[in-house]
Design a protein around this ligand. Structure first.
Ligand SMILES: [Zn+2]
Length: 273
């Protein structure tokens, strides 16, 4: 069994992972496959790919959707709690928590297909973000994981929760818990990872992209100024974000939280930050 090199991006929702995935995928050595955890859903239902074709007509995914793979599904609530407790108590996560799946076969198919589109492909990006999927991939054999932990500041992240009507307190709760669990998981399991701060990435992208390039030993910076989405095949992530990337001329920091959050909400975040 050969080893597949997978870059896994993990973060809370609204941390800028869609953009980061596209930027990294601009390198000839990296193929951005988007949020692979939604494979089964996308296989059933047509979505618009970033190449602008519908899922089943996309030259990349149409080949892969021909096969059926039983892949990772969101764990049940009880299983989530159990995995969280394992992480919190620093207990070794045992194989019995996980399900048998065709994860390796799917990733191998994506990898081999990616090489037809980008012959220099060394890595595929799984931009699923989910902590549970990361736990799952850690336990899969034949997968060499490199993790990018993307961290966005609390104000920007919670403002996005509010803007998308996902709720202020829900945002605060998820931000705190998920970030804490991700850090614990990465450290306790000695995973190969780097932390990227979204604001630093926007303010000093050259330096941060060099850091990612050094971690992966590939050149990202050189290709990241202009994104050509027509040559990409990502079917997940916010479609508005994808559209905004069509005229991409470098990363811009988003300070819209200043208007989105009320004074009361800003004060609460100052206290708990
Ligand atoms: Zn496509």
């Amino acid at each position: 069994m050969k080893c597949i090199d997978v870059i896994y991006i993990t973060s809370t929702a609204y941390s800028g992972s869609t953009i980061l995935g596209f930027i990294m995928g601009s390198s000839p050595q990296i193929f951005n496959a988007g949020e692979i955890q939604y494979f089964n859903r996308l296989q059933k239902k047509d979505e618009v790919c970033s190449c602008w074709a519908l899922s089943h007509q996309c030259p990349f995914w149409s080949n892969i959707y021909k096969h059926h793979y039983n892949i990772f599904r969101k764990p049940s609530f009880l299983k989530n709690i159990r995995i969280s407790l394992y992480i919190l108590l620093r207990k070794k996560i045992t194989q019995d928590i996980l399900i048998d799946s065709d994860e390796y076969k799917l990733l191998d198919n994506i990898f081999e297909n990616a090489k037809k589109f980008k012959p220099k492909t060394e890595y595929i990006i799984d931009n699923s973000k989910s902590l549970w999927r990361l736990v799952f991939l850690m336990k899969c054999s034949g997968i060499n994981l490199k993790v990018i932990y993307l961290h966005r500041d609390m104000f920007g992240c919670i403002a996005s929760f509010v803007k998308h009507n996902k709720g202020f307190w829900r945002g605060v709760f998820r931000f705190k818990i998920i970030n804490y669990l991700i850090r614990r998981l990465l450290i306790n399991n000695s995973l190969d990872y780097i932390t990227i701060n979204y604001n630093t990435l926007c303010n000093n992208s050259v330096k941060e992209l060099e850091k990612i390039g050094g971690f992966l030993k590939v050149n990202i910076k050189e290709y990241s100024d202009k994104l050509n989405l027509k040559n990409t095949h990502v079917q997940t992530g916010n479609i508005g974000t994808r559209k905004s990337l069509e005229n991409y001329r470098g990363l811009q920091c988003d300070y819209s939280w200043k208007e989105t959050l009320s004074i009361h909400q800003k004060n609460i975040l100052k206290i708990i930050n």
